[in-house]
Design a protein around this ligand. Structure first.
Ligand code: ZN
Length: 103
């Protein structure tokens, strides 16, 4: 298991790596909330993504931040197994709908 931390601006980003497929889900830990992003799917669980990015096609700043840390390889990674992937995605979707409904 590898673990790297580094200063990456106002948000802290963690990556959940599912093995053996190597699929990745990123968590952006902001001041008030955590957001789930899946850059492979161009998905983020925040409100601005839901209301803006889907219609405008522009990524929210979480996705931009995630793409940045991927380039810089500056994130903490946690290993999971593929078996947990579906459950994880379900949790993200349920979190996402809560974020969207909460002002
Ligand atoms: Zn976002």
């Amino acid at each position: 298991m590898t673990s790297k931390t580094g200063p990456i601006g106002p948000n802290v980003i963690k990556v959940h790596v599912f093995q053996p497929s190597g699929r990745k889900v990123y968590t952006v830990i902001g001041k008030a909330k955590e957001y789930w992003t899946a850059p492979d799917l161009d998905f983020c669980s925040c409100r601005s993504f839901y209301f803006g990015a889907l219609s405008s096609g522009k990524p929210c700043y979480h996705l931009i931040g995630v793409h940045k840390v991927i380039r810089q390889k500056s994130f903490s990674s946690l290993d999971f197994v593929d078996y947990d992937y579906d459950r994880f995605i379900m949790a993200i979707i349920s979190d996402s709908s809560k974020n969207v409904l909460t002002p």
